[in-house]
Design a protein around this ligand. Sequence first.
Ligand code: GAL
Length: 461
Amino acid sequence: MLRFPQGFVWGAATSSYQIEGGWLEGGKGMSVWDAFVHTPGKIVNGDMGDVAADHFHRFREDVALMAQMGLKAYRFSISWPRIQPTGRGEANPDGIRFYSVLIDALLENGITPWATLHHWDMPITLQLECDGWLNPEMAVYFKEYAEICFEQFGDRVKHWITLNEPWVTAILGYGQGHFAPGRVSQTEPYIAAHNMLRAHGLTVDAFRRKFHDRCGGIIGIANNCDWREPLTDSEQDKQAAQRALEFFLGWFADPIYTGEYPAVMRERVRERLPVFSDADRAVIKGSADYFGLNHYNTMYTAHAEKGKISHIDMESNAGLVDDQELALTDDDSWPKTDMGWNVAPWGCRKLLEWIDRRYDHPDIFLTENGCAAKDELINGQINDQDRIDFLAGYLRECHNAMKNGVQLKGYFVWSFMDNFEWALGYTKRFGLHYVDYRTGERIPKKSAQWYHGVIKNNGIF
Ligand code: GAL
């Protein structure tokens, strides 16, 4: 049996657009995702999040399910256009009320709320009027929105995450166009990322100066990263793997921990990589109380010269492979999740150790980890043993990383319940709870019962 330290945070996560529905209710404005999914051809099966898991109406039932499985912490996101329908100006009282009641319900059930301020559903008006994250002013708008949230919820929310996975917004939203706002470019990802980092920095600065004395609490960002294992022992491949990690996670974490982008990015991206002003650096450097990490996948990495990279590799490396000169592959013997992602728990341990070394031993929270599986409802039950095996494998390697000195303080399963899986619509199921999208009925899966046991025993069997 593996025991985790007392106080280890056992959580599960969701995001607003993926579960709430109520897309035009309660005074909510439209987000870039509302617009994106209503654009024919963007989402598998033409699926949309208009209703999603209907959490907007059924949140009390969901909190009851959380309590039933002994969940200690719940990570959710606040929909910016629910709070500010046009992204700027007055707050929407109905939006405030919705999250306020949700937070109270969590606290009444002994569940600690972890609030993400932005999980991709930016108000569409900011995209139309200002070009979204390409506009430097976005950092100020985001900070102003965040201040409304600190003011309204800071008395009860003590754990904040500014942005979820800015890498995904930059690469899939502004590079490949697979996600909202659907831009395709080799230049814009770097600009969007830069402005997201500036937004994060300004927000953390405001939190610390204006709210922390009164409300307390901790704040950070949730960055995503896969592990990159050198394909061979050659120096070239080892360097390629290191470069891949710096382009992936270093891109966002280095500025926060050192005030600069990784040198390898500066060398390769050159004038397309923006430069931080002194004022930017002053708020970005040191702007995380903990290291938030979302982790799902591992791939082999090899050096590959420009022009010799196949189209498939380019896709898997987010279209920016020319800047990185590497090729990603996987091993046929590795089990795959229903997303086609590799199950390689050792990659999680190696990544945690890489972060520990590079960023000088920070407190780390795994803010997302989990897997999609083909969950079949048989006699009203879902026996998702694959998911249990996945979670047990990853938790075991988390435990190993901790034995090796990594300061891992908590773990959030993605996801608390089945939800709208972005461009893949409702075709993938990640949840500990099954959702019948016709009736809205929720059914705890076997993994929910298993995780209940883990939480109760503060460890796994
Ligand atoms: C993350 C994202 C989540 C969820 C998950 C599984 O990148 O933050 O919203 O969709 O991947 O694909």
